[in-house]
Design a protein around this ligand. Structure first.
Ligand SMILES: Nc1nc2c(ncn2[C@@H]2O[C@H](COP(=O)(O)O[C@H]3[C@@H](O)[C@H](n4cnc5c(=O)[nH]c(N)nc54)O[C@@H]3COP(=O)(O)O)[C@@H](O)[C@H]2O)c(=O)[nH]1
Length: 896
């Protein structure tokens, strides 16, 4: 079979066919008519016409036949030419061969040359070349088998094999063919089909495969990353078709799971980003845009990660889309970004001024707070040296040590005075730190500072408040102590003397109570001013509590110098103070201790000056006393007795003695006063004057007082039961007892328990109580008085009781203090006082009792003044209960 057989032109072929038909038909007509003429000579003429007609018909039909044939043949030839052109223009080689092991070619198209390097003629010359020999020996048998299998199964075959071209090069052939019956040989089959050179494709495939393998290896070993392929089918279903190993590390989800369920992966994305993924993928599937996302992930184990996804979409012929992508763990970067963002936010919004400089010290950046604090605009300071903030307050050495510290430790922290752009100076708390780059090299400095003006001011204010008395603005005890300690050290070093003066206003409480606390405060303020004005600048006056002031005098020459200073301090105080329109006069008691003679510590000197002040008070006040050793002894005794008192009740060391109160004219017993005695096993009998005030200070007086009351009331009941008419039984009550809320119920209970009639009991209260606590006690005393209990004011005349106060209390007795009785009738002042007290008593309808009556002269004098009742040694000393019964049982009044 030739590749292009010579064919007659359609016209010629049609003419030949038509002429053959014409010749044949003409011969038939002539022969048949000749035969008919022989059979019937008569019909010869007709026959000739018939011959002519037949010939004419033949001529016409031959012509027509010719035309038809030519058209037909021309079309056929055109179709064949087109088919041939098609075959020749095919990208591969069309062939037809015998189904034998030689692939004996019957036809090959022109592409044979480009495919194999052999011309079609050479390939068709089966005597010299068998196509099967061109097939790579390694593929030959496989190819044969594949073809035979397809032929036997009656289906087309598609095979790929390697071919050795004429030039020795290898070519990859893709062949598709089928078996067709051999038209020349019935029952034999031929193979026909097309062969394509797919060498390039194969190479590309190999390259692609290699690339994919390399990419997979790369993906598997991508640090912090992985690659994947995501497929979206035409119906919109997503499926991962590949994922490198790293995916497990990043997403914490197994590759198998990922490939099986794409949504398990999508679900890791935290809302609302899940919706973003869907939208982005859908859009990318539409317009094939690159997917580029950063997504927060919540991993199955609960940890949180950020991933970056970047993928490239490809659309396949079936409408599905796949993305080849890379996923990176960007958690660290995100954290760093977050930190950067935070740092930037802090930098921008912090209230502390921040300046960043290079190593050359020039400012690279500042924040808004820097501008707010310094007054400079950012553009004013960029490139400048921070020295522009320096104030004049620090010397060169200060900055030198700052820079040395920075160089040595990379840090400096401290307070520094800076200069505002306006020139104003302000204190700042500054921290400078060296900044290091990623290579660990110093790259600059960052300075962070705060304006601490307000803090400084409040510190100063707090310091002032901590060291000064809020009322008088004088230094307080703390500051005084500090200054005293320093002064002591200095005095010891210089061998100098210093003095501590402890000053207390006499009877300040009376002033406070009578004028009110507000007036008392004003008095203290004025007094402080006068003291301050009287002081030398080197000396110090402080208020350490209520009405107590202390003065530090340094560089004292001798005791006389102290005395003259004391007079200097007391002099202005003698002038009256005008407080809220009232003229107030005050006196002070001052105790003085000297360093080093009386102590070498602040505590010692203050304690001793205090003791001396008490001594001055004891001696009537409005005076000063230097400290002596005896004062210390008194203080020690105080402590000793205080301790011993605490167990005296339990150990039953107390007892009562009773002193009679008598009618001076008849000697008749009108009453007895119960007086406390402390029978100390070592000290012997301790009089109440030594311990009552200590018991009052410690509060023990409450328990002791209750014991006294109960013991005295029991005794009174006992006497009544004995038939001993003692009149009234007076019991001393300390102010602190009355203050106790249980005071009245305790007395009521005692009376009820003991059975002593209330009108047999007198309570002796101090005048101090009348003056100071009338508001608290009046109601309580009223309640007792209403039950018949008598109320007597003891030691009357020593205080400053106002008649107003006296009237408010339910008093029925006054006791003239024995200090006024002692020197009558010789002392005119005492006589006058006794007169006054008796007159007050009379005018208020009170019974007046004179205390401490020892002589007949006193009796005469008192009786002459109208006082008829007395208590004193003249009538009987305080004695135990039995003795008083013995002494008075015989008297008329003593018998019931
Ligand atoms: N709260 C309580 N105070 C009490 C109690 N018992 C006593 N006291 C008070 O102690 C102060 C001293 O009392 P005392 O040492 O008992 O002295 C009394 C008499 O002994 C003394 N006195 C009496 N007559 C004379 C005298 O002629 N000469 C003289 N030199 N002294 C005399 O006077 C004190 C009487 O005290 P009073 O009448 O109460 O003022 C003293 O203040 C007692 O009040 C107690 O239980 N609780």
């Amino acid at each position: 079979m030739r590749a292009s057989p010579d064919r007659p032109s359609p016209t010629r072929a049609a003419l030949q066919t038509a002429l053959s038909y014409a010749a044949l038909a003409t011969g038939w007509i002539l022969a048949s008519d000749l035969a008919l003429g022989l059979l019937d000579p008569m019909a010869e003429a007709l026959l000739r016409w018939q011959v002519l007609k037949g010939l004419g018909f033949v001529a016409v039909t031959s012509g027509l036949f010719f035309l038809l044939m030519r058209v037909h043949l021309q079309r056929e030839q055109e179709g064949a030419r087109r088919f041939s052109r098609l075959v020749e223009n095919l990208p591969g080689m069309a062939y037809r061969c015998e189904n034998d092991r030689y692939w004996t070619m019957r036809y090959v198209s022109q592409a044979a040359q480009s495919l194999t390097g052999y011309t079609p003629g050479e390939l068709l010359d089966n005597t010299r070349l068998a196509y099967a020999e061109l097939i790579d020996p390694e593929d030959r048998e496989r190819v044969w088998q594949q073809v035979q299998t397809a032929v036997s199964e009656g289906r087309p075959f598609r095979i790929e094999y390697r071919l050795r071209r004429r030039d020795g090069a290898r070519a990859w052939i893709w062949e598709q063919g089928r078996s067709v019956p051999d038209p020349d040989h019935k029952g034999r089959m031929l193979l026909e089909g097309i062969m394509l050179d797919i060498t390039e494709q194969k190479l590309a495939e190999a390259t692609t495969e290699q690339t994919v393998k390399r990419l997979a290896a790369l993906g598997d070993n991508l640090p912090g990353g992985a690659i994947y392929r995501l497929h979206r089918d035409a119906d919109g279903a997503y499926r991962f078709t590949y994922a490198s190993r790293g995916i497990e590390r990043i997403l914490g989800i197994g590759r198998d799971r990922m490939l099986a369920d794409a949504h398990a992966v999508f679900a890791l994305t935290e809302p609302p980003h899940g919706a973003v993924i869907r939208e982005t993928n859908e859009r990318s599937a539409q317009d094939l845009s690159v997917v580029d996302m950063e997504l927060p992930q919540r991993l199955p184990d609960g940890t949180r990660k950020w991933i970056a996804v970047r993928s490239m979409p490809y659309r396949l012929a079936d409408g599905s889309v796949f993305w080849d992508g890379i996923v990176l763990d960007i958690s660290e970067r995100k954290q760093a970004e977050e930190k950067l963002r935070e740092a930037a936010a802090v930098f921008a919004s912090t209230a502390e001024g921040v300046a960043i400089t290079g190593l050359d010290g020039c400012i690279r950046d500042v924040n808004q707070a820097f501008c707010d604090i310094t007054g400079y605009r950012r553009e004013d300071v960029i490139g400048e040296h921070p020295g522009l903030l320096q104030s004049e307050r620090h010397d060169h050495g200060f900055y030198l040590s700052m820079y040395r510290s920075l160089r040595k430790t990379g840090k400096w922290h401290g307070e520094v005075w800076q200069r505002h752009q306006s020139g104003m100076e302000y204190p700042a708390l500054l921290t400078i730190s060296m900044v290091w780059d990623q290579q660990g090299r110093a790259s600059g400095y960052v300075g962070v500072f705060t304006d601490i003006t307000a803090i400084k001011q409040s510190e100063q204010r707090l310091d002032y408040l901590a060291h000064h008395d809020g009322l008088t603005q004088l230094p307080n005890r703390l500051l005084f102590d500090n200054r005293l300690q320093k002064s002591i050290r200095s005095a010891m070093r210089r061998n100098e003397t210093l003095a501590v003066l402890f000053m207390d206003i006499d009877r300040f409480k009376h002033i406070n109570d009578s004028l009110g606390h507000s007036s008392g405060d004003k008095l203290l303020q004025q007094l402080a001013q006068r003291l301050r004005a009287a002081m030398n600048s080197s000396d110090l006056v402080a208020r350490i509590s209520g009405d107590e002031f202390v003065v530090l005098l340094t560089s004292i020459r001798n005791a006389d110098a102290v005395v003259s200073m004391v007079h200097r301090l007391m002099a202005p105080l003698k002038e009256p103070f005008i407080v809220d329109g009232n003229e107030v006069r005050v006196t002070t008691s001052i105790g003085i201790s000297l360093c080093p003679d009386d102590g070498r510590s602040a505590a010692e000197l203050l304690r001793n000056a205090d003791a001396a002040m008490y001594q001055a008070k004891e001696e009537g006040g409005n005076t000063y006393r230097f400290y002596t050793e005896e004062m210390t002894a008194a203080a020690f005794e105080h402590v000793y007795l205080d301790n011993a008192l605490r167990s005296a009740l339990e150990r039953e060391q107390f007892r009562l003695v009773y002193q009679p109160q008598v009618d001076m004219a008849s000697g008749r017993l009108l009453g007895v006063e119960a007086l406390l005695r402390w029978d100390h096993p070592e000290e012997g009998l301790i009089p109440p004057g030594r311990f009552i005030h200590i018991a009052e200070q410690s509060g023990l007086i409450r328990d002791i007082g209750l014991w006294v009351l109960r013991t005295a009331c029991s005794q009174g009941r006992h006497w009544l039961d004995q038939g001993f008419a003692f009149g009234t039984l007076a019991v001393n009550v300390a102010t602190r007892q009355i203050h106790d809320a249980s005071f009245v119920p305790a007395i009521e209970r005692t009376l009820a328990d003991t059975g002593l009639p209330p009108d047999c009991l007198d309570l002796e209260i101090s005048e101090d109580f009348v003056m100071r606590h009338v508001n608290v006690g009046a109601e309580r005393l009223q309640r007792l008085r209403a039950q018949g209990v008598g109320i007597a004011i003891d030691d009357f005349g020593t205080g400053y009781s106002s008649l107003g106060h006296l009237k408010r209390l339910p008093i029925n007795k006054l006791k003239i203090d024995q200090s006024f009785v002692r020197d009558i009738p010789d002392d005119h002042d005492d006589m006058a006082i006794c007169d006054a007290v008796i007159a007050i008593g009379r005018s208020l309808g009170l019974t007046v009792i004179a205390e401490g009556v020892e002589t007949e002269a006193q009796v005469d004098c008192l009786r002459g003044k109208g006082c008829s009742i007395a208590q004193g040694y003249l009538f009987g000393r305080p004695v135990p209960a039995e003795e008083i019964v013995r002494a008075f049982a015989a008297t008329p009044a003593g018998i019931d």
